[in-house]
Write a protein that binds this ligand. Sequence first.
Ligand code: HEC
Length: 372
Amino acid sequence: MSEPRFPDRNLAMASVVAGSVLSLALLAQEAVPTKDGDAHLEHGRQLYAMHCQRCHGSNGDDFTCSGDMTPLAGLGRRPRVDLVGQVMSPSYFLRGVAYQGADARDLTGFLLSLKGEKEIDDPGLLCLPRLLSKRWGLLDYYRVIDLRGGAAYAKGHIPNATRWPGLEEGGECRACAADVVAQKLGLLAVRPEMTVVIYDDTLTPASALLWWDLVRAGQKNVAILDGGFRRWVEEENQVTTVVTPLTPVTYTSPGAAEVAPGPEGRDHPVLRLSAGLRQPSAGVFDWERTLSDGRLRTAGEIREYLNRSDVRFPGAYRLEGSDAEAAYLVYVLRLLGFHRAHYDPIGKLLAVDSSNLPASESRTHLTAPLQP
Ligand code: HEC
């Protein structure tokens, strides 16, 4: 039974893709930074408030107006196929509005700056089940990786999801070398321009460790499913036992843009990684405190927690804890806009340099080129 592969709506979408590539490429070109970035962003905000906000909400993730709504925050990290939505959106059809030139550029820029319901600087790294429920069928653009145990996977998983090769049951979580990761990505027919979505039972350090492995191997768009499989089921999304066959490819890493030099010197303060603390405690990062019911808390809540634990960035720390917990901290920092937060598993060093202050009100999204 191969029916979960291509639900009708995705076929319909794929046919729109073909016709829209040109206009999207133009839009993408126009979204490049200019000196008047602020004015453009403000203009885009006004257009959005006038024509889009009543359905999509001020943060882009409002679902109150339609059960069929697609979240907008994080658009810049989805494969280009998603931007087709700009032409597919009901308002474009119903009102016959065509955005061109400066309007298209500024509106696109503003869409890329949306932070979503959790006010995250880089919301494309966190995937809402609602988005994945509309995307899992696009096998050429999305790869969904299940990190739970083999038995759980066999019992039921997200359609088209595949297991990460070589995962040992109960095995220790350690960071993997980039060439090993690239080889496994090839086995799963992942290409660099695709978006990878990782899920575990909930949002866990184990999922962040795989996320970090993939990012270090050069994969740009890797997201973790917020709330994991548990939330997927709670929100009544489709589950299957069908295993989708994938034809291996040779994965060619797009390059080592991620490699950042580690901080110099040996006397960095120690940051302990832990779980289940009752109180925020100075010098300790407790990943469980960034979650509620297995889902990420809001960016504001996480920042407040980091402050109360006296964890300050930019800075460098020597981490004491597992690679998975360290990767989780990097993941959280990148969500908060520290785009180059980096953890070196060998030296156990976490570095967040001063050029990577939280994207001041996310302007970096305007300057980031649209992902292909
Ligand atoms: C009448 C309500 C409504 C208005 C107004 C509206 N939208 Fe939408 N939009 C939707 C719904 C519903 C969807 C989901 C449709 C789907 O996925 O097939 C959607 C989907 C989208 C998507 C696709 C996201 C993706 O990843 O596929 C984009 C982009 C989008 N809208 C942008 C806009 C913009 C920009 C405006 C304003 C110019 C706008 N929309 C106005 C209801 C609306």
